[in-house]
Design a protein around this ligand. Structure first.
Ligand SMILES: NC(=O)c1ccc[n+]([C@@H]2O[C@H](COP(=O)([O-])OP(=O)(O)OC[C@H]3O[C@@H](n4cnc5c(N)ncnc54)[C@H](O)[C@@H]3O)[C@@H](O)[C@H]2O)c1
Length: 360
């Protein structure tokens, strides 16, 4: 495919995240067209058809992935459908971006990554928060070694979802896990990206509400992990849907702190263009601005002066996928990153069940 050829996309799953992220992200990419839509729910599909004007629609993903005019597929269904849809799309030679958590468990996610590699297609896991400008700059500073020897990784995700109905997110056979896969998966990915792989962990999961919105809840409302990384650094990760007063959206807390021999860094998603940092032996933490070249990923067609930056950083995810397809390079984050996060999730679930440390 030459760099100027139009790329045709199909979207499978036309619910919340497709409308919020995937469609607006693709809409600003030049020579990219959404040509087919799929949703198992006919009313949701019809709503998406009306919103986009895309006329090729189906409630069955098999009809969509076999189409010759589709080059790439975005999967944004409940988690249990990610693997079968991805494998069907890969078998038809399509490039695939899939939502997180990539699969229901690590072996399934690894099988997806291996199948995509074998087929030679691009594969991407939608770890959207990697695209926050402050996180991109933090990753750069970590790669540069500014922290010295990394001692501690700490993350805290606190939201106020109360006891409301979470739909498929509270059904184990559709979601796999609760808070740990839904919210902590992004922060596990931060840890893997910033500090490297974990060596062992101990974890706990807690369900406070056996019903939500009057429906049975199978899954955890809170999750926490204490980890040791292969490098020897320690990790403490906590995530809750029950932090009253913290709000639900991006106004809620998404905090990462790193401490090393040379300095510390603090990242907060709500402060997309700032980091806090402090030097060993220094007077305390100071706030630094994110250099403008980190406000979007290289080549992104996004105008950084347009829209709410806490929304629009997400559109760089679509550009990463498009650019990787055009330039025949690996996506970052790939299915392998999605699988690595699931190895941690599987270990955390096992640790919580057995009340033991688990080696990865
Ligand atoms: N990256 C992020 O920041 C982020 C944010 C929210 C959600 N997500 C992930 O995106 C995925 C979807 O979440 P959502 O909030 O959009 O959920 P949603 O319920 O709003 O939408 C999911 C859609 O998939 C459809 N669907 C169900 N089974 C299907 C099938 N077999 N084939 C086709 N369509 C099917 C449903 O009818 C629904 O319209 C989940 O994996 C979730 O974890 C990621």
């Amino acid at each position: 495919m030459s760099p100027t050829t139009q790329l045709n996309f199909a979207i499978i799953g036309c619910g919340g995240i497709t409308l919020q992220n995937h469609l607006p992200g693709l809409a600003i990419c030049p020579d990219v067209k959404v040509v087919a839509l799929c949703d198992a729910n006919a009313a949701t599909l019809e709503h998406a058809r009306q919103q986009t004007g895309v006329t090729v629609t189906s409630t069955n993903y098999a009809d969509i992935v076999k189409r010759d005019d589709v080059h790439a597929v975005i999967i944004a269904t409940p988690n249990s459908f990610h693997m079968p849809i991805a494998l069907a799309a890969i078998a038809r030679g399509k490039h695939v971006m899939c939502e997180k958590p990539l699969a229901m468990n690590h072996p399934d996610a690894k099988a997806m990554a291996d199948a995509a590699d074998r087929a030679g297609v691009r594969h991407m896991t939608a770890f959207t928060y990697r695209f926050v400008p402050a996180m991109r700059y933090l990753a750069h500073l970590m790669r540069r070694g500014d922290i010295g020897v990394p001692y501690h990784y700490r993350s805290c995700r606190l939201q106020d979802w109360g006891t409301r109905d979470l739909g498929w997110r509270q059904v184990k056979k559709l979601a796999g896990t609760g808070e740990i896969g839904d919210m902590l998966s992004h922060r596990i990915d931060f840890a893997n990206m910033l500090v490297g792989p974990m060596k062992r962990l101990v974890a706990n999961l807690k369900q406070w509400h056996p019903t939500r919105g009057g429906q049975h809840n199978d899954l955890d409302d809170w999750a926490a992990i204490i980890a040791e990384f292969a490098s020897g650094a320690t990790g403490v990760l906590e995530s809750s849907k029950l932090a009253s007063g913290r709000n639900e959206s991006w106004r809620s807390l998404d905090y990462v702190e790193l401490n090393g021999s040379e300095r510390s860094f603090v990242f907060i998603t709500g402060e997309w263009n700032k980091l806090q940092t402090g030097k060993f032996g220094g007077p305390g933490m100071e706030t630094i601005e994110i250099p403008r070249e980190f406000w979007k990923i290289p080549g992104s067609p996004r105008d950084v002066n347009q829209g709410d930056p806490l929304v629009t950083f997400r559109y760089d995810q679509a550009w990463e996928f498009v650019d990787a397809i055009r330039n025949k390079r690996q996506c970052s984050p790939s299915f392998h990153d999605g699988a690595q996060a699931l190895a941690v999730i599987d270990a955390a679930v096992k640790s919580a069940e057995t009340r033991q440390w688990v080696d990865l």
